[in-house]
Design a binder for this molecule. Structure first.
Ligand code: SF4
Ligand code: SF4
Length: 477
């Protein structure tokens, strides 16, 4: 292990590390735009210049370690060159911060204040370029804000492999452009370039001008879109910035979803389906308990369900693969002996969705099949006993036409669906964004999710419901 010195501090490095990697791994920050740990080295932004004794200035991202080398990350020469680079980058960069979605999390903004802080030296008109160029139905490109770090092009070449982006022309008229016949709209990982872009050049259409990021807070969660179970952050309005007028619905809605880096599961990436979870979670909710389609108090419906369970001779249950570990374990502990249980796949691939690939996306579109299979009998399609007289259906994805003739039905669901009214007992349950828990992914990795919003009082958490259903019945149905 070569020993190197950074700002006089002796550090044991690995032979395969660059000076930038050694510095960052040891808590010495060196600014950079184009470098990214998951992408190849481009070395084009020049922000990570450091000084090496006897060698002068060079970029740290592409500098192998050599035993005994003495590196300075904050010498006067380094500071002067960093400032000059920022002056160069901002020559043509517009001062859009007041309307730019990246403001508040923009690396250029941060570095400008930290390492430059002065007005532009140029008195010439800035070079203008395309604003709001339509890269795909999900992403807009502002070429004036682009600093040509090429993170986006490298991502499409090296990670998603869609090869959808390239650079056209040279010099101060260079532009990122889509590659002909390689539509970015068909890249299911395309939105990662929005996070990768160090400035506000790549904009999510979904999030465009929707909120300033400092009004939002992220809650750690897990994407239920497939059995990978990518860790994510669900961004929503901070309570202290709650809207009282305008559109109060924004206080309880998802503003955006970004990856939460997790080397054990998804690295720093997620697919676009994970970004679109509002489409799933913000469907019209079912919040009214019912008996044969007639509204009743939640407690009345629970009581009725409990009595049906107590009276059934051959009850069966379809357990949800969207249930958390805690809910599945509670069901198993409290009701597992009562019901003949089958594992139900709640989620199925949607039309046009990528089914599977070798990056993240898995064919099973449910987050917790692994835990459900560990706890319950999984024979694929449920085969009901001839005398099955009660079926508890937990969650979506089951065709009610396949229910055994004459069986009574207890249905637990969160969204408005025609089947809700057909059940003998309908019980509205909370969704993932209203409770905390864990999922186990197909590799056996357990990931936690936390509540973002409060649930409605007329809706019950499945875990509490299973405890209530297992309590002794008070009478006969
Ligand atoms: S659009 Fe963003 S990520 Fe792409 S080259 Fe420009 S600055 Fe870099
Ligand atoms: S790969 Fe699967 S778990 Fe990950 S973001 Fe996409 S749908 Fe969600």
């Amino acid at each position: 292990m070569p020993e190197i010195f950074i700002n006089g501090q002796a550090i044991q490095a690995r032979d395969d590390q660059t000076v930038l990697q050694v510095a960052l791994a040891n808590g010495i920050f060196v600014p950079y735009f184009c470098w990214h740990p998951q992408l190849s080295i481009a070395g084009n932004c020049r922000m990570c210049l450091v000084e090496v004794e006897g060698r002068g200035l060079d970029i740290a991202c592409n500098m192998p370690v050599n035993a005994g080398m003495k590196v300075f990350t904050d010498s006067d020469d380094v500071k002067a060159h960093r400032k000059a680079i920022l002056q160069f980058i901002t020559l043509n960069h517009p001062v859009d911060c007041g309307i730019c979605d990246k403001a508040g999390e923009c690396t250029l903004q941060d570095y400008h204040y930290q390492y430059n802080g002065e007005a532009s030296l140029s008195r010439d008109e800035k070079v203008h370029s395309t604003k709001f160029y339509n890269l795909s139905n999900r992403i807009l490109l502002d070429n004036e804000r682009c600093i040509l770090c090429l993170r986006c092009t490298r991502f499409t070449h090296e990670v998603s492999k869609s090869m959808a982006l390239g650079v056209e022309r040279r010099g101060d008229v260079s532009n990122i452009r889509p590659v002909e016949d390689r539509p970015l709209g068909e890249d299911p990982y395309s939105d990662n370039i929005i996070d990768l872009c160090p400035v506000g050049a790549l904009l999510s259409r979904q999030f465009l001008h929707k909120a300033r990021v400092w009004y939002l807070k992220p809650t750690p969660s897990v994407c239920p879109g497939c059995e990978r179970g990518c860790t994510i952050q669900i961004w929503h309005r901070k309570p202290e910035w709650k809207l009282k007028a305008l559109d109060p619905a924004q206080n309880t809605s998802i503003a955006r979803i970004t990856p939460l880096e997790n080397p054990a599961v998804n690295g720093p990436w997620i697919c676009n389906k994970g970004r679109d979870l509002a489409r799933i979670f913000e469907r019209r909710r079912a919040d009214q308990a019912m008996l044969k389609g007639q509204p009743v108090e939640l407690s009345v419906a629970i009581d009725h369900a409990r009595r049906l369970i107590g009276a059934a001779r051959h009850p069966a249950a379809l357990v949800s693969t969207w249930g958390s570990n805690e809910e599945l374990e509670t069901f198993k502990a409290r009701l597992g002996e009562v019901f003949h249980c089958f594992v139900k796949r709640d989620g199925q691939p949607e039309e046009g969705e990528r089914i599977e690939d070798d990056l993240l996306i898995r064919a099973d579109k449910n987050p917790n099949t692994a835990k459900a299979r560990e706890l319950f009998h999984d024979s694929g399609e449920p085969t009901f006993h001839d005398g099955t007289d009660l079926v508890l259906v937990w969650g979506e994805g089951f065709d009610f036409a396949k229910l055994p003739r004459g069986a009574q039905v207890i249905f637990l669901n969160s969204y408005l669906q025609p089947e809700n009214g057909h059940a003998d007992v309908f019980l509205p349950i909370s969704i993932q964004t209203e409770r905390s828990g864990h999922y186990t992914n197909f590799q056996g990795t357990v990931s936690a999710f936390e509540a973002c919003f409060a649930k409605n009082d007329t809706v019950v958490d499945a875990e509490a419901l299973f405890v209530a259903l297992a309590a002794p019945a008070r009478g006969h149905p």
